[in-house]
Ligand binder design. Structure first.
Ligand SMILES: [Zn+2]
Ligand SMILES: [Zn+2]
Length: 336
């Protein structure tokens, strides 16, 4: 079968033929319908994150149809339309039992990080990682929800966003556009920041109250939009030195800066600057399986829109470079 594979940092992704995977006990084999192209893939290619092995098939945002089930699988069946929770939690360890399966201590698999991902015609995952997709939701949209909207739901939970609060979404890629909508859903006032004017227009369409040009003075614009008070929450989805400094400058008293994005940069913090206004910095990584279920449900009820562009699987390497160049609006998916 065809697959888009990672061969090491600094080397381009390659389309190649690999053997089709076989489901073991407890596994399902999925015919991939669509797989989302995420900034995380670029982090692998750039060497910021290192998969457990190489070569490995990329793609951790996957939806498709179950083609075959292994032994001991009874909660899903052949023909089921499913989305995959990319970190295949054990559901038995200390973190899992505490409800934090996104921090699982002994994952059964981890798409594109440790096990072959979904930029392929088929993928094998544990049945427990397969979540049924509601009938009214198409599979390409479901694929993009596996990372963008679920990550947004988790970040809003981590930040404990309150109704009526002002929340800056710093960076409006796939996660940011979902975050704008999730913030609306919880009654907050989203302020979107981006360099790309198309993304800002889309953010406004999806519910951003204010949009701010990321090439300008972001902190001043946010102060103006909040009656000088500053934001209650800032989500930094970029994680550079520049956005880190601007994000802190946007933050109001008792405000929370949430790191979701990261880069090679380090960010300098002066404790005094945080202590006096009693601000805090928290981080949010990935998402729980339950948050994927919630995202699929929200989208099926029309409360969460996805912006999806579809591409052939063989175009994967080119689409990755389009994403790097900031030319993808919403989420691109690869379809085998
Ligand atoms: Zn992703
Ligand atoms: Zn676990």
């Amino acid at each position: 079968m065809r697959a888009v594979r990672f061969h090491g940092a600094g080397r381009p992704a390659v389309v190649e033929d690999v053997p089709s995977p076989r489901p073991g006990p407890g596994d399902v084999l999925i015919d991939v319908a669509a797989a989302g192209v995420c900034g995380t893939e670029l982090h692998f290619l750039d060497g910021l994150l290192t998969p457990a092995r190489a070569p490995i098939t990329l793609g951790h945002e996957v939806a498709g149809v179950i083609a075959e089930v292994g032994d001991e699988v009874d909660d899903v069946a052949v023909g089921d339309r499913v989305a995959v929770h990319y970190l295949h939690a054990c559901h038995r360890c200390r973190s899992c039992l505490a409800g934090d399966d996104h921090l699982c201590d002994a994952p059964l698999g981890f798409l594109a990080f440790a096990t072959d991902g979904g930029f392929a015609e088929q993928v094998v995952v544990p049945a427990s990682a397969a979540v049924r997709v509601p009938e009214t939701l198409d599979l390409p949209s479901a694929a993009t929800l596996c990372c963008s909207a679920t990550t947004a739901l988790h970040a809003v939970d981590v930040a404990a966003v309150r109704p009526g609060s002002t929340a800056v979404v710093y960076g409006t890629g796939g996660v940011g556009l979902a975050l704008v909508q999730v913030l609306r859903e919880v009654g907050a006032r989203p302020v979107a920041v981006a360099r790309n004017p198309h993304r800002l227009r889309l953010a406004r369409k999806l519910g951003a109250d204010v949009t701010v040009d990321g090439t300008g003075d972001v902190a001043t614009a946010v102060r103006e939009a909040t009656g000088r008070a500053g934001a209650d929450v800032v989500f930094d989805l970029v994680g550079t030195r520049e956005t880190g400094a601007a994000a802190l400058a946007c933050l109001g008293k008792r405000g929370t800066l949430v790191y979701v994005g990261y880069s090679f940069d380090t960010v300098e913090i002066n404790p005094l600057g945080l202590v006096v206004p009693e601000q805090r910095i928290v981080t949010s990584v990935g998402n729980r399986r339950s948050e994927l279920v919630a995202a699929l449900d929200l989208a099926a009820r029309g409360r969460l829109q996805t912006t999806v562009t579809e591409h052939a699987l063989d175009d994967g390497p080119r689409v990755l470079e389009e994403l790097r160049a900031g030319r993808v609006v919403g989420r691109a998916v690869l379809r085998p």
